[in-house]
Design a protein around this ligand. Sequence first.
Ligand SMILES: [Zn+2]
Ligand SMILES: [Zn+2]
Ligand SMILES: [Zn+2]
Length: 138
Amino acid sequence: MKDPVNILKEHDLKHTKQRVRVLEEIALDKSAVSQPELEKKLGKEIDRVTLYRILNIYEDKGILHRIMDMNGTANYAICSGSCSEHHHHDEHVHFNCTNCLKIYCLAVTIPKVKMPAGFKANAVSATAYGICENCNAI
Ligand SMILES: [Zn+2]
Ligand SMILES: [Zn+2]
Ligand SMILES: [Zn+2]
């Protein structure tokens, strides 16, 4: 796990206690963390508006990427090292477990998708649905 303070330094962001806490929560988890989950975990320390603002800054800076789950809830995961401000390169497959509802970033690259003439894709995403390794182990 990358040190949250180092991540902030790399992106020229001042580190406040709240910013570090948000990154810690997300970096610690193997799966992506949903916004309601973050609100529940950090609610005592960070109000909703501040949390929302911090998540937006992180997404802008290429620190976190957002994945929508099958219910339309935003989930956040740490970006791969190649993301930069306004340019995300998280073109890996996401896995949405239909049992525990967690989303995982998989180390699986999305195969090149050929677009029809006239269509220019800036990003391609792929989500697989099924049962994750944790739920399969039970
Ligand atoms: Zn990214
Ligand atoms: Zn699961
Ligand atoms: Zn991801």
